[in-house]
Design a binder for this molecule. Sequence first.
Ligand code: ADP
Ligand code: ADP
Length: 229
Amino acid sequence: HPVVDLAGVSKSYGDLTALRSADLVVHRGELLAVVGPSGSGKSTMLNIMGTLDRPTAGKVRIAGHDIDELRDRDLSALRAATIGFVFQQFHLARGVPALDSVADGLLYSGRGRAERRELAERALRRVGLGRRLYHEPHQLSGGEKQRVAIARAVLGDPPLLLADEPTGALDSRSGAVVMELLHELHEAGTTVVVITHDRDIAASLPREVRLKDGRIEYDSALGDAPAGE
Ligand code: ADP
Ligand code: ADP
């Protein structure tokens, strides 16, 4: 089954429809961008794909599970097992060394402290921060902080990584390093969805889904001609 399967998904806030009848299937191993201007519904779609929010209408299946059939508690368990999140702001606690920030991602996984730290060290090496294990956020550059956040997100090897404007707070060079890392994770088998308003980033990924006014106006996987610019 697909990792993400949205069928006729809509989300309304009062009279405002933030997402309209979205159909989107993401298969295991894909790397794709969801791109659109501010207010086009990207965060709304991310929140639905991430099971942080339920739609007003339509079907959402994540890794084969129909989320309508899950209570909130089971949905949280599915989310924890299946999805890693990366945000524009890195959300690293002040004064906490990178190794602990990452290891804390496994606090509720039932693993012991030594194993959590061992896995965290491996994840930090994987993102190229093997020499920053004991650095605190204020000792790290923006790009390094984002790599710590990515290490935390991929620690438990989730099949799906959702990245919301992962380069939005970075200069272009650090942003390029972060995008390169997302490509590497994709090559290693993780399904990666990048939410961005940056068209160049979107165009550089294997698949591009464009949102406008809450509608999917173009999906490169469907092979239709791009809408006029
Ligand atoms: P984007 O991420 O592309 O900027 P959003 O998904 O955040 O777009 O927003 C889409 C539309 O839905 C916007 O008009 C936004 O103001 C509105 N919206 C998003 N979340 C809420 C909410 N919780 N309550 C009311 N309106 C919302
Ligand atoms: P982004 O920078 O990702 O587009 P936004 O500023 O659009 O983020 O939204 C940030 C968060 O605030 C999202 O989770 C969104 O659902 C919520 N939000 C956006 N617009 C509104 C709104 N008009 N009312 C309430 N919540 C909103």
